[in-house]
Ligand binder design. Structure first.
Ligand SMILES: O=C(CO)COP(=O)(O)O
Length: 126
């Protein structure tokens, strides 16, 4: 069964995430992918990858992904956060980071660790 990863990016980081998804397309294609709404739409449109879309982040998408973590249905999250812009749903963002810590699920919040997480999860295939 493929591992499952969530992809999320705040608006200022969406271009970076799309570029990452293109650069690591062959790796990411080995995973089952989910994403928040707008991020998922862009990945579906601009890469060869297929992701299952949740709600947009501000409308509850981060919480939906947090629920996947709580149900032990996610192996990792790439979440390129914008550290320079206040988000209306900041409590949801913090809750997602927290639930990942509770369940010991790797979550990367910048490109450097995004590469580490997907490389690690890929290497861990049995
Ligand atoms: O806001 C987000 C994460 O907190 C991302 O949501 P979208 O992918 O819908 O823009």
């Amino acid at each position: 069964m493929p591992k499952r990863i969530a992809l999320i990016a705040h608006d200022e980081k969406k271009d970076d995430l799309i570029q990452f998804a293109r650069d690591y397309q062959s790796t990411l294609s080995r995973f089952d992918l989910i994403a928040t709404g707008t991020t998922g739409k862009l990945i579906n449109e601009r890469t060869e990858l297929e992701v299952t879309r949740m709600q947009s982040g501000p409308l509850g998408g981060d919480q939906q992904i947090g629920a996947e973590v709580a149900h032990d249905r996610l192996d990792g999250i790439i979440f390129l956060r914008d550290p320079l812009t206040a988000q209306p749903h900041e409590p949801d963002v913090s809750a997602l980071l927290r639930v990942c810590d509770v369940h010991d699920i790797p979550i990367s919040t910048n490109l450097a660790t995004a590469i580490m997480v997907v490389t690690y999860l890929e290497a861990d295939f049995d």
